[in-house]
Design a protein around this ligand. Structure first.
Ligand SMILES: [Zn+2]
Length: 378
């Protein structure tokens, strides 16, 4: 690995293999909580390529390097799950410039690059400065509620000193996190016939009143914090001539500041407590992504700066730092420095028209090799 010459050669030599690997993984459906087939593909691939790996009960595939069971660890991860509910094989197409497939960029290209980097360092017997975990993790997307990375942090958290999630285009580094709480709120009441029961309590009316009050909320502000809220769906009632007995709606709030999250929670509790006595209001927590808390600012800034600089160096494009909701939310909420980095260029994430630029892949390989390589001895 003198002066990165071998890495350069390796990056150039694996591009067609990388494209094939991306295609194979893209075709395997992997909705959050149903990543079995993708996880099994990745585990087998690691084994066949001389990298020992195991699958935990959250469907994370973990390939440890020089893990002595006690010392510090650095985690490099990319997620296997997608936002698409399909359980049948997924479509994949490519032309001269682009590769198209739902999940091709988010997060398949990142995952395939991670796998090929892991193989390089393991096959060459490179010595890491600390223990390393290469992880193909489950459940990053909405409904997955970060189950995979939560499990990793539960198993290894106290020993993890840094986490890099490969999960972006190389135009961004996500170095702050947006936390979110998502609820389903259900109002139930007596209801009745719309004519003979007129005047009885109506669950739709009560839910609407609560929603109106939620929308009177002034979002809290600490420094340059950003806080938002939304009611995304509403459902209820029986028929046009029935006073509704039940109505549910889904509500979320997000913030990049944990104090704002606490204020939003108090406001929600206050609004729900204002419902009239002749109804029952129940709340189901659908998802919880915590905010950053207690992270060493200097280390966090240094990781972000290094990744930005390497991404710019190989992409030739400016790279900015943004706040986002990613696997990094979990380590960041535990005081562990974490950034989501980018190793491709493309667009349309979370749509069936998602694509990546083929010529971004060699650049992405070099970005990942250099960032991961910085944790190995020369
Ligand atoms: Zn993603």
């Amino acid at each position: 690995m003198k002066n990165g010459v071998d890495e350069e050669k390796y990056c150039d030599s694996v591009i067609s293999e990388l494209e094939e690997l991306i295609e194979k993984i893209c075709r395997i459906p992997a909705p959050s909580h149903h990543e079995q087939a993708r996880a099994e593909f990745c585990r087998k691939w690691f084994e066949e390529n001389g990298c020992s790996a195991y699958t935990d009960d959250a469907l994370n595939v973990i390939c440890p390097v020089a893990d002595d069971g006690i010392g510090d660890l650095v985690v490099f991860s990319a997620h296997t799950d997608t936002v698409f509910p399909d359980l049948a094989a997924m479509p994949f197409e490519k032309d001269e410039k682009l590769m198209y497939s739902p999940s091709v960029g988010d997060d398949t290209a990142c995952l395939a690059i991670l796998m090929l980097c892991a193989r390089y360092f393991i096959q060459n017997g490179a010595k890491p400065k600390n223990g390393i975990l290469f992880v193909a993790n489950s459940c990053e997307e909405g409904l997955g509620n970060l189950k995979g990375i939560r499990k990793i942090m539960e198993t290894y958290g106290k020993r993890v000193k840094a986490h890099y999630s490969l999960d972006s285009t190389y135009r961004h580094v996500v170095d702050r996190c947006v936390g979110s709480y998502r609820y389903e709120i259900t109002v139930e009441t007596e209801g009745g016939h719309s004519f003979s029961g007129f005047g009885k309590a109506n669950a739709i009316h009560i839910a609407s009143t609560l929603i109106a009050k939620l929308y009177e909320t002034q979002v809290p502000k600490f420094g340059d914090s950003i806080t938002t809220y939304n009611v995304g769906t509403i459902a209820g009632g029986t028929s046009v001539n029935t006073i509704a007995q039940s109505c549910s709606f889904k509500y979320e709030y997000r913030s990049d500041n944990y104090m704002c999250m606490d204020v939003m929670k108090e406001k929600l509790i206050r609004v729900l407590a204002s419902a009239p006595e002749n109804c029952r209001v129940s709340t189901k927590l659908l998802g919880e992504r915590p905010c950053m808390k207690g992270v060493d600012e200097k280390t966090q800034k240094e990781m972000s700066r290094m990744c930005r600089q390497i991404q710019e160096k190989y992409s030739g494009l400016p790279c900015d730092t943004v706040a986002g909701s990613t696997d990094c939310n979990i380590p960041l909420s535990m005081g562990i420095p974490a950034v989501a980095i980018g190793v491709f260029d493309g667009g349309g994430e979370h749509t069936r028209e998602e694509y990546i630029e083929r010529e971004s892949l060699p650049r992405g390989m070099r970005i990942a090799m250099e960032i991961i390589g910085s944790y190995f001895e020369d």
